[in-house]
Design a protein around this ligand. Structure first.
Ligand code: ADP
Length: 251
C-alpha cells in the first residue's frame, strides 16, 4: 500500500484551467509529524496544489489520499476541513472587534467537527487547550486585548492559534511570515519548531531565512515549478540544483 505511513499522498495529479495545465503529474507525500516546506517561483502551482488538497479545486486526474484510507477526491471542501485539514491563507482573518481569548473561543464554536450551539461553554479540556495554544502563539500576555490592536505578526499568530484550537491533523500555511518584521519572523520560526513532530505541516513560503530556520539541515524542501516537483531534498541540496537556480533566475 503506497499510502502507508503517509498523512498526505498525491500521485500524478493534474488540473487545467481553460486548457492551461496549472498542475501536471504532481507527486507528493508527507509523513505524519513532518514539517514540509514548499518553495517555487510565482505561478508554479503552489496555491492550486493547496486548493486541490482542501477540496476547493477538483483535479482532472490523479490520486489524493489523506492517511491510507481517505480518498479526498470523494469529499468536498467543508468535509475535508472536518476531516482535520486546516488551512491558513496569507492574509490574517481574525475578528478585529473581539479579544484574543474570544477569537480562540470562536474557533472552537465554528469547529466543523462539533455541532454548533447557542449555549456553548468551554469544557475543562478545551480551557486547557486554549491556555496551551495561547502560550504556543506567544499571546498569553495579550489574552484580553482586542485583536484589531495587535501587530500584523501577532494577528498571524492568533490565526495559527485559531487553527490549532481545532486540532488539525494537517495544517497548510500560505506565506505565514509575509509582511512580518525580522523579529516576528524569528519568533514564528520558533513557533513552527514547537509544532513540528506534534502536527503535520505544509508551509509555502518565499522567505529563505525562514525556510532555513524551520527546515534545518535535514528537513525536506519541495521545489515546485510549472505544476510539478522540480527538486526535493534538504535545502542546501535543492538550492545548489542547477534546474532550481534556472527557474528562479529565468523569471
Ligand atoms: P503559485 O501559488 O505557485 O504562485 P498558482 O497555483 O497560483 O501558483 O498558479 C499556477 C498557474 O495557474 C498560474 O499560471 C495561474 O495563473 C494559473 N491559475 C491558477 N488558478 C487559476 C484559475 N482559477 N483560472 C485560471 N488560471 C489559474
Amino acid at each position: 500500500d503506497v499510502t502507508h505511513g503517509r498523512i498526505l499522498y498525491l500521485e500524478d495529479v493534474s488540473v487545467s484551467f481553460d486548457g492551461f495545465k496549472a498542475i501536471k503529474g504532481l507527486n507528493l507525500d508527507i509523513a505524519p509529524g513532518e514539517l514540509r516546506c514548499i518553495i517555487g517561483p510565482n505561478g508554479a502551482g503552489k496555491t492550486t496544489m493547496m486548493d486541490i488538497i482542501t477540496g476547493k479545486t477538483r483535479p482532472d486526474s490523479g490520486t489524493v489520499f489523506f492517511g491510507s484510507t481517505i480518498d479526498l477526491l470523494r469529499h468536498n471542501e467543508p468535509e475535508i476541513a472536518a476531516l482535520g485539514i486546516g488551512r491558513k491563507f496569507q492574509k490574517p482573518t481574525v475578528f478585529e472587534d473581539l479579544t484574543v481569548f474570544e477569537n480562540l473561543e470562536l474557533a472552537l464554536k465554528t469547529d466543523k467537527r462539533v455541532r454548533p450551539s447557542m449555549f456553548f461553554q468551554l469544557d475543562s479540556a478545551q480551557r486547557d487547550r486554549l491556555a496551551e495554544v495561547l502560550h504556543t502563539i506567544h499571546l498569553a500576555p495579550h489574552v484580553r486585548r482586542q485583536a484589531g490592536l495587535l501587530s500584523h505578526g501577532q494577528k498571524q499568530w492568533l490565526e495559527i492559534g485559531m487553527l490549532l484550537m481545532q486540532e488539525p491533523k494537517l495544517m497548510l500555511l500560505d506565506e505565514p511570515v509575509a509582511g512580518m518584521t525580522d523579529e516576528e519572523t524569528a519568533r514564528t520560526a520558533e513557533l513552527f519548531l514547537t509544532l513540528k513532530g506534534k502536527h503535520s505541516l505544509m508551509v509555502v513560503e518565499h522567505d529563505m531565512h525562514f525556510i532555513r530556520a524551520i527546515a534545518g539541515d535535514t528537513g525536506t524542501v519541495t521545489v515546485l515549478a510549472e505544476g510539478s516537483v522540480l527538486a526535493q531534498g534538504p535545502l542546501d541540496k535543492v538550492q545548489a540544483d542547477e534546474r532550481v537556480i534556472e527557474v528562479y533566475l529565468g523569471r
